[in-house]
Write a protein that binds this ligand. Structure first.
Ligand SMILES: O=C(O)CCC(=O)C(=O)O
Ligand SMILES: [Fe+2]
Length: 330
């Protein structure tokens, strides 16, 4: 068996054993202030590195994405999911493309059941025929393009700090996620977890999003105040150890970040890709829908992932994603 294949199987095997409820504990998610980035870069780099090599999750404040744009993106996301089903069905997700609309189609290996959500994904070079028209939803495309680019720029700031610590050229990750290249494959994903106000008791056995690690390099997640459910579980290599989940607080304007498997591999396992999931609300909690927007910074398909110490065989971003994506959609 090649190293790549056994690494792959080990990752899938880990995911298939962590689908249960587990224990819940309180943990703090580190908060990192990104303001005045170009003057405070060294200090910010240390804080990012500590969080990313430890718990694998952190929340950014002072990040510079205008709050009005974030609110506008959420308003248009809700507007999109409110479109008639026939309209949304005109923008179908083609498996393996991370572009288009899906409804309860993502099955996580950890749970074997479909996430109780719908999503619409934007991967820029793959959007032909997949944008709603101005008549469907005025301003949607322009706002999402602006929002995608803001998220990309912030992700590149964070990744440039990791490049410093890993001994990579400062713009290695920027070149590796070049948004003008035809092989760009970073994704903006709008997510709508279905409201549970009228759900039957047995519906609460499902997951809004089953436990998983992300495939990408870095995820930036926008959440809404009052719409909780995201939980993380650090230490995915702790075979046999108790699985302990912690709530990640949702707050308007604060961006929750996690390292994905692609960057864990690219960093020779120094940066930690952390398990997470979205649980159902508890009976006493807000039962309405949850909206979130995730930006997945995912290296272009032609980008070669090669760690500083070459712990793993070099592999392209495209081959890496192909290896992982097949296991997630029915
Ligand atoms: O919506 C969330 O809070 C998390 C989504 C997520 O983990 C994912 O889509 O990978
Ligand atoms: Fe995720």
């Amino acid at each position: 068996m090649t190293e790549t294949t056994s690494h792959h199987l080990a990752e899938l095997d880990k995911e298939s054993r962590i689908g249960g409820m587990g224990r819940e504990v309180e943990r703090d998610t580190p908060r990192i202030d990104m303001s005045d980035f170009f003057n405070r870069r060294a200090e910010i780099t240390e804080e990012l590195w500590e969080a990313a090599t430890g718990i694998g999750f952190f929340q950014l404040t002072g990040h510079g994405i205008p709050q009005t744009l974030i609110y506008e993106a959420f308003a248009l996301s809700a507007g999109f999911f409110d479109l008639p089903e026939e309209t949304k069905a005109g923008f179908p997700l083609k498996p393996g493309t991370n572009a288009g609309w899906e409804y309860k189609a993502q099955v996580r290996p950890s749970t074997g059941t479909a996430d109780q959500k719908e999503s619409y994904q934007i991967t820029l070079p793959r959007m032909a025929g997949l944008w709603p028209s101005e008549a469907d939803l005025a301003g949607f495309r322009a706002t999402m393009l602006a929002f995608e680019r803001e998220n990309w720029a912030l992700a590149m700031k964070v990744l440039s700090c990791f490049a410093d610590k890993l001994g990579f050229a400062p713009d290695l990750f920027v070149e590796g996620h070049d948004p003008l290249a035809p092989d760009y494959q970073s994704t903006l994903r709008l997510i709508h977890y279905l409201g549970m106000e009228d759900a039957k008791p047995e519906d609460f056995k499902f997951w809004r999003a089953g436990a998983h690690t992300d495939f990408d390099c870095l995820t930036l997640l926008h959440q809404r105040t009052g719409q909780g459910g995201l939980q993380l579980c650090p230490g995915k290599d702790s075979q046999g150890r108790a699985i302990e989940w912690s709530d990640v607080p949702p707050e308007d304007g604060i961006i929750t970040c996690n390292i994905g498997d692609m960057l864990m591999r690219w960093s020779d396992d120094r940066l930690q890709s952390t398990l997470h999931r979205v649980r159902m609300p508890k009976p006493e909690e807000y039962l309405g829908p949850r909206y979130s927007i995730a930006f997945f910074a995912q290296a272009n398909t032609e980008t070669m992932l090669e760690g500083p110490a070459r712990k793993y065989e070099p592999m392209t971003g495209g081959d890496y994603i192909k290896m992982r994506i097949g296991a997630n959609y029915k």
